[in-house]
Design a protein around this ligand. Structure first.
Ligand code: ADP
Ligand code: MG
Length: 693
């Protein structure tokens, strides 16, 4: 086998390997299967291209995106390799020629789209020649748990055996399969997706190389904020005055710009972009804009004409801007993978950068609402399936019958069809499919819920943010804390405030340490009930425990026991080595984050008492009949304009509660039964206006 270093220099023109490339190249060059997970831009392509040259012969590359194929084949040809590609965008003649060239062994690289595997006889034709290796790019597309599932990729698993050529078998040294090795490459795969790829592709003795997820120039900061506080916080941040607080030794992030701000809805996108633009050049970017408007925003950002983009959707995909200093999220993202990709757009130039996530407990409700809409409980899907059982039906009639908005119905149909539960024919009629959809559908829904749990766990976590992310992807490097995030370095945060514990908190903190010194590894619930129940609320106690954990003195672990056939989850807390050393001598050892729980002044206490008395009175209050009438006629108008039934706008219970409690703010609206984030978004402002009038 040729020497990898000289191939790197002579054929690819690079002076040295980037981190982890050598390991991957050696693995594949030696004929071992491999799953390579490294972030975008890490240089994965070289990890199949170089071993392909080292092994000789022709390499087969399966790639899901035409643009990717064109780009890579083009680069290889420039470097003097013979590379061809077969996909729907190429002239037929050229594809035929590529096939012949392949059969004659004239190609160094052949790129094919996964759809080609469906063409009868194609795989058999390819299999006439045993490739030097097979590379599967963007391999997460093969997993239904990945975020870009491509059903055609599934065919790959079945056809790979044939494509690998030569009978499977082991060389005498026992390690090396005789057939072509397979390398699967992706930038985004959780351990579950990784395992799925290994299974689907039947990687032999497959080595998993998962590397490079640590970003050393990124300071991640999470801060709990009420939704109403977030826009001002963003503006303050981008204004630069506060961002100039140093967050590490060495060069500081003095200027927070350029910045990308991710927001959860179009409306917030527009409003926030407008607010920011009062001080800093800024443009919105969301799915409601035309492609031309989005291109314009993107170009302006790239050129530096605007320094802030406020975006709802995958802004930044494929854009090459290296000096983004700040990425802000104004709400909890839907998945950890998405979050990681988005913050990855900060600091590509390697200079210190910030990623700030504002979140709150209620953020989860918005995602749950989307989940219920996009992945309704299985009985609702069954209703749809049953309706189809009465005979094939066109889309409109189905939407009417089920009283579903078209976009909601089409989402559900997609999901049903993907699992074979519905069949769409060419004339637009829909009929019932098999019954096998239920289990995979339920799995998928559970998976989505699991993803929500994970991002929430991440937000609540008390360990180094970077380590938590590495852990999520299964990247086990040296596992040292990053030293920059809000957990590692709370004093250096820009939004999260820190303070010394007050006397009472100090007593409880020391008390916790003392109890743990007496008996380590206790259940947190019992620790609280036995010792601190009288002193403070459970939530405040948990915050203090969290502070001890953040300061590295204790660690907590999930545990469970069974009672009456049910599994009960609880948390245990133990001392770390540092905690045992420090014991209850905590002076100066602890910083708390966030504001102190309000110790009410007499005046505040009086106000609070008055307010809660008011609330109780209101809760019992009869709805104002005039107001109910007004609300009802508003509802009727609204329903008419949307073309839906009145009860789809609001139920009577909600109208009565509105008329009785007369909420004055968006937050108060959320307390009214029947009003969740979506209704708030749709009707909140009109209702508030109406109630004020
Ligand atoms: P990925 O697929 O991981 O997103 P690519 O393979 O497209 O990344 O590589 C990103 C860029 O890095 C490419 O421009 C490539 O030429 C460059 N690159 C890869 N390896 C090296 C190396 N060893 N030295 C210098 N540049 C490299
Ligand atoms: Mg790539």
């Amino acid at each position: 086998m040729a020497d990898l270093d000289s191939i790197l220099r002579e054929r690819f023109g690079f002076d040295s390997f980037r981190p982890h490339q050598r390991e991957a190249c050696e693995t594949v060059a030696s004929g071992r299967d491999c799953l390579l997970v490294m972030p975008t831009g890490a240089g994965k392509s070289l990890c199949y291209q170089l071993p392909a040259v080292a092994r000789g012969g022709s390499a087969l590359v399966i790639s899901p995106l035409i643009s990717l194929m064109e780009d890579q084949a083009g680069k290889l040809i420039e470097q003097g390799f013979s590379a061809a590609r077969i996909h729907s965008g190429r002239p037929r003649e050229e594809s035929r020629q590529a096939c012949f060239d392949w059969a004659e062994g004239k190609l160094d690289f052949l790129f094919i789209a996964p759809e080609r595997l469906r063409v009868p006889g194609f795989v058999e034709w390819l299999a006439k020649r045993t490739p030097g290796l097979i590379a599967v790019d963007e391999a997460h597309c093969i997993s239904q748990w990945g975020h870009d599932f491509r059903p055609d990729y599934r065919l790959l698993g079945q056809r790979l055996e044939l494509l690998r050529g030569a009978e499977r078998g082991q060389a005498p040294d026992g390690a090396r399969p005789l057939s072509a090795p397979v390398i699967a490459l992706t930038a985004t795969a959780t351990p579950m997706v990784q395992q799925d790829i290994v299974n689907q592709l039947q990687l032999v003795d497959g080595r998993k190389l998962i590397h490079g997820f640590r970003r050393t120039n990124l300071a991640i900061e999470l801060v709990e904020l009420k939704p109403s506080q977030r826009a001002d916080a963003v503006c303050e941040l981008l204004d630069g005055a506060r961002a100039s607080r140093p967050h590490e030794s060495g060069p500081e992030v003095r200027d927070p710009l350029p910045a990308i701000v991710y927001v959860p809805s179009r409306k917030e996108c527009e409003a926030l972009a407008q607010q920011i633009a009062e001080n800093v050049p800024c443009m919105p970017y969301h799915a409601g804009l035309t492609a031309a408007e989005r291109d314009k925003a993107q170009a302006a950002f790239l050129a530096g004409d605007v320094s802030v983009i406020v975006a709802t959707i995958a802004f930044g995909m494929g854009i090459d801007k290296h000096n983004v200093r700040t990425v802000i999220h104004t709400a909890l993202p839907a998945t950890v993978e998405g979050y990681y990709q988005e913050i990855g757009r900060a600091g590509r130039d390697g200079k210190p950068s910030r990623a700030i996530l504002m979140w709150g407990w209620n953020d989860r409700r918005l995602h749950e609402w989307f989940l219920d809409r996009d992945y309704p409980p299985v009985n609702e899907m069954r209703a749809l399936w049953n309706t189809l059982g009465r005979g094939s039906i066109d889309f409109e009639s189905l939407a009417n019958e089920l009283e579903l908005k078209p976009e909601v119905l089409s989402g559900r149909l997609d999901k049903l069809a993907a699992q074979g539960g519905a069949v769409l024919d060419a004339d637009g009629f829909i009929s019932q499919g098999g019954e096998d959809w239920i289990e995979p559908y339920e799995n998928q829904r559970a998976h989505k819920e699991d993803q929500l749990d994970r991002i929430l766990n991440f937000a609540q976590g008390n360990t180094c943010r970077m380590l938590a992310l590495l852990n999520h992807f299964g990247d086990r490097d040296d596992m040292t804390p990053c030293g920059k995030c809000d957990v590692c370095a709370p004093q250096r945060c820009v939004l999260k405030t820190t303070r010394e514990p007050d006397a009472q908190e100090m007593t409880v903190l020391a008390g916790i340490m003392e109890r743990l010194l007496q008996r380590d590894n206790q259940s947190t619930g019992k620790l609280y009930r036995d010792n601190f129940e009288g002193a403070m609320k459970r939530g405040e106690f948990e915050d203090l425990l969290g502070a001890l954990e953040q300061n590295g003195l204790v660690y907590t672990m999930q545990d469970e026991f069974e009672k009456d056939g049910r599994v009960i989850q609880f948390k245990r807390v133990s001392l770390t080595d540092a905690g045992r050393e420090t014991g209850n001598q905590l002076d100066g050892a602890i910083v708390l984050t966030g504001a102190a729980p309000k110790k009410k002044s007499t005046k505040q206490a009086k106000q609070a008492a008055a307010k809660s008395a008011f609330k109780k009175a209101e809760a019992k209050a009869e709805p104002d009949p005039e107001l109910v009438k007004t609300l009802k006629s508003w509802r009727l108008e609204q329903a008419k304009s949307e073309g839906v039934q009145a009860y789809r706008v609001f139920g009577n219970r909600t109208l009565n509660a509105l008329a009785a409690n007369k909420p004055k703010t968006r937050d108060e609206l959320l307390d009214v039964p029947g009003i969740g984030p979506a209704k708030l978004e749709a009707y909140g402002d009109s209702i508030l206006e109406l109630l004020q009038g």
